[in-house]
Ligand binder design. Sequence first.
Ligand code: PHE
Length: 357
Amino acid sequence: MEDLREKYLSLISGATDEASLENLRVQAVGKKGEISLRMRSLGKMTPEERQEAGPALNALKDEVNSALVARKSSLSDAALEERLKGEWLDVTLPARLARQGSIHPISQVWGEVTEIFADMGFSVAEGPQIESDWYNFDALNIPGHHPARAEMDTFYTYRDQDDDRPPHVLRTHTSPVQIRSMEKIGAPLRIICPGRVYRADYDQTHTPMFHQVEGLAVDTDVSMANLKWCLEEFVKAFFEVDNVELRFRASHFPFTEPSAEVDIRCNWSGGQLKIGEGDDWMEILGSGMVHPKVLHAGGIDPTVYQGFAFGLGIDRIAMLKYGIPDLRAFFDSDLRWLRHYGFNALDKPGLVSGLSR
Ligand code: PHE
């Protein structure tokens, strides 16, 4: 019995994996195992012999069983230890700095503008990019023969020759959202609408697709002074400076009366664009008091209500703020350009945390 004990204990402690340990278990204490067979032979012994051999065999079986269990757990500890060595990770390492992507300057500025006007009580409205002739022109006091239709270099959709309905257009400005918002919300109302617009034009400061933010405030006592204040506050907040020089130039839009175009003082020299200084002016928006016919088209009584409206070029002010000289590069998807001018995706513009960092 002592031989059996030594044999199995040494085999068990020498086992190097769980499979060979299982073989040993079958060989020793399995149904036909060496120790099990010995126990079966107890029946053939004399009572005296049995009294001695019985407890000894039981003790041996227990000892072998516990040696098997102990070895099994130390083998699996060792396996775990080995795995952990391979899967080791230094949690004190700094986060990965290399940015995989970035926020496009247009999206950044879109967010900044929304943030500033939200603070002044404007909510965000939306409208379709493929717009009906009525919303894009007629409702805005631009009738069929009006030269402004030609000025806007409109993209028309295709209609069959025998279809005499006016074709839809790619909206040439965000102003149709004025009408849609008046219809939907009524008066009083205060909305901005950032979005894509389209015109057939292409040079350093024009692309066939660009972005505008429309602004519209309608109430019983809204004036041109309110418009001027809002725009000045906006421009200061947006450019993050105490003073920016604006020039309100008398102008004409069919949908506003009176109308003003607003320019910002800047400097184009040396290929670098600077705002607030220099002898150049860059037009950034069109504005005015909403024409009574437009209020009427939107279902609002022009004898009770009045409003101001403006349309601002998002791409323009992005170029000015971030010193981007060529508008066309915005839409080239050149990764080097995007890495240079893009913004960290985790820095959301906010009036408290800072608009741009
Ligand atoms: N819709 C005009 C444009 O695209 C801008 C504008 C909007 C002017 C609102 C006045 C009022 O040029």
